[in-house]
Design a protein around this ligand. Structure first.
Ligand SMILES: Cc1ncc(COP(=O)(O)O)c(C=O)c1O
Length: 366
């Protein structure tokens, strides 16, 4: 029999929220952590000491600067935001996705993206009471199916379309000309999510201002500051001034403002780390591709999408964990991801451990 509290909860909590599972993070204790697209490198000692000195004089008894002025200016410079565009900061880019969806939600309005894509577009659409429409990518190479996207936009008239560039979890860049066609045909806003910008030379940032419906989203998470929770939306004032109205006051805390500003004033350290990750990505991809029956998809991000021999994704995922390496198992997440695994690129030593473990599994080890 249902207790009183269960009856109350199921009466009042929206059915679409009740049917969700909470965002799950795999336990990683004691494992080589290659599951979350983090930068594996910590800071050089001297930098760490200077940062701690800065935190020593950071007052936590006061609310933060509500508009994070100094940090915004630092980010505009570090991320080459074009003249005339403004920025809006979020507690991770996840919060920016939520601010956009909250501002654009309404009865029968939809959020569109491609599938397989970044799961938070779908989740946040549901949080905000919007419909989510995911247009399948081309099954062979995960490229954008332009006619399908154009047709879906015509049919569903999405308030907003999110495209991750490079895409997660497929690691590839969509064709730039196809994206431009999508932006031109979109009835509403188009968000180009450049979370993996440090690992590619391609970007829509310089094209801001060319289209009235284009904004670009970035994060500092993948360049090495995931723990700070800081994302950035860049685009025309007309859009961002509206999104700013749904931002909770003081959403970027004092420690994040001080630490990110400090870190970005030493951007060369992070640029060198991302250069190493890019080089390791090429080595790892080439070595994994030599394993029997494994396909490695092209990557412009800090992770690889792999297809194992049929039915082997889960046994290999478990086998890797037994050997001390944690990656992401994508088998079952979407029909196009059957037999797929997603390791993040780590340090050379971590990548060696991943390679050795995969070689044992590919050779038929348990
Ligand atoms: C495409 C994409 N966008 C956004 C995010 C979220 O980034 P943040 O850490 O800034 O919330 C991720 C995280 O994995 C991502 O893959």
């Amino acid at each position: 029999m249902k207790s009183d509290i269960d009856t109350l909860v199921s009466h009042w909590v929206r059915p679409e929220i009740r049917s969700l599972a909470p965002y799950h993070v795999q336990p990683a204790s004691g494992l080589i952590k290659l599951d979350a697209m983090e930068n594996p490198y910590t800071w050089p000692e001297g930098l760490r000491d200077a940062w701690v000195e800065l935190l020593r004089i950071t007052d936590v008894n006061r609310y933060p600067d509500p508009s994070a002025q100094a940090l915004s200016e630092r980010l505009i410079e570090a991320m080459d935001v074009p003249e005339g565009m403004r920025v809006l900061l979020g507690n991770g880019s996840d919060e920016l996705i939520q601010m956009i969806a909250m501002s654009l939600s309404g009865p029968s309005r939809s959020v569109m993206s491609v599938d397989p894509g970044f799961v938070m577009y779908r989740m946040i659409a549901i949080f905000c009471g919007m419909r989510y429409v995911g247009v399948p990518l081309s099954p062979d190479d995960f490229s954008l199916d332009l006619p399908a996207v154009l047709q879906a936009m015509e049919e569903h008239q999405p308030a907003v379309l999110f495209l991750a560039y490079p895409n997660n979890p497929t690691a590839n860049l969509f064709d730039e000309r196809a994206i431009v066609e999508v932006i031109r045909a979109a009835p509403g806003l188009v968000v180009i999510d450049e979370a993996y910008a440090p690992f590619t030379d391609a970007s829509f940032m310089p094209r801001l201002g060319e289209f009235d419906n284009l904004v670009v989203m970035r994060t500092v998470s993948k360049m090495g500051l995931a723990g700070l929770r800081l994302g950035l939306l860049a685009g025309p004032t007309a859009w961002l001034d509206e999104f700013d109205k749904v931002r909770l006051p003081y959403n970027i805390n004092v420690l994040t403002q001080a630490s990110a500003d400090f870190a970005l004033s030493h951007k060369a350290v992070f640029d060198e780390q991302t250069r190493l990750i890019r080089a390791e990505r090429e080595r790892l991809a080439a070595d994994i591709a030599l394993l029997n029956g494994v396909k490695v998809f092209p990557s412009q991000a800090n992770f690889l999408l792999l297809r194992t021999p049929r039915g082997q994704a889960t046994p290999w995922f478990n086998g890797l964990r037994q050997r001390g390496v944690l990656i992401k198992n994508l088998d079952g997440a979407h029909p196009l991801l059957t037999d797929c695994l997603r390791p993040t690129v780590g340090t050379p030593l971590e990548n060696d451990a991943l390679l050795a473990a995969m070689a044992e599994l590919a050779a038929g080890g348990p």
